[in-house]
Design a protein around this ligand. Structure first.
Ligand SMILES: [Zn+2]
Length: 85
């Protein structure tokens, strides 16, 4: 069985439920990536760079009302995620 991650290995967002999880080409759940990043076995934004991803996640966190200084905590680990290795 594929290793399941608690956080998306592309954007770092938590994967808590089956709906949060991305899907593989065969429609099964991806254990690695969230639904925003990965659909049908492909990245939704395949050409996204690491910097663009950081900006994207920061923007999303701000949308959720999370203050800027806290978004740093979420985004600092993004370079360590599987997608960016
Ligand atoms: Zn993601």
């Amino acid at each position: 069985m594929e290793k399941l991650y608690k956080f998306c290995q592309s954007c770092g967002m938590p994967i808590k439920t089956a709906e949060d999880s991305g899907t593989n080409a065969d429609g099964s759940q991806s254990g690695r990536f969230c639904a925003h990043c990965f659909q049908g076995g492909k990245f939704t934004l395949p050409d996204l760079t690491l910097d663009q991803m950081k900006k994207r996640v920061k923007g999303k966190l701000k949308d959720f009302g999370i203050p800027g200084f806290l978004t740093w905590i979420f985004t600092r680990n993004i370079p360590k995620l599987e997608r960016w290795k």
